[in-house]
Write a protein that binds this ligand. Sequence first.
Ligand SMILES: [Fe+2]
Ligand SMILES: [Fe+2]
Length: 168
Amino acid sequence: MPTPTHPRPGLEGRTGRDLVDALDLLRADHVALAGLLQAYALQKDRWRPDKKRLATDAICVALDHHDTLEDEIFYPACERALPDGARLIAAARAEHEIMRVLTAQIGETEPDSASFDPLVGKLAMQLEHHVRAEEGELFPRLRDADVDLHALGAQLARRRAELIATKL
Ligand SMILES: [Fe+2]
Ligand SMILES: [Fe+2]
């Protein structure tokens, strides 16, 4: 059986990393974030305050990177591509803002105080609601729109690499 020696039409010059679909990348972030928050909910009663701080720092950084990718790259693409994009994205940005307030409060609260776990619980609920709206309405609408989701995915992957590099 002959081995193909040329890339598929339309994919020339792209690397494997460039072929990430934007919606797959963002959905994978949602799964990872939900996993971190679920781990917190399951383990919080066993964890000492320093461990809770480590866990919530990881959650807050992952969420900050995800929301930054959406705010800077993904949401503007939605606003351009969807006729009612401005309305959808205004609501999504407002929800990001609510989560930013919560992550700031978590950062300012001592992990051994009585309000710490409820704040993390609030963040988990807010994120769940937000992800349901994105995956239930926004993502399918963008999938049907005339958008190069692989080019958008490549942009997201590049920006994520920059965000990670600034923390190293
Ligand atoms: Fe979002
Ligand atoms: Fe998201």
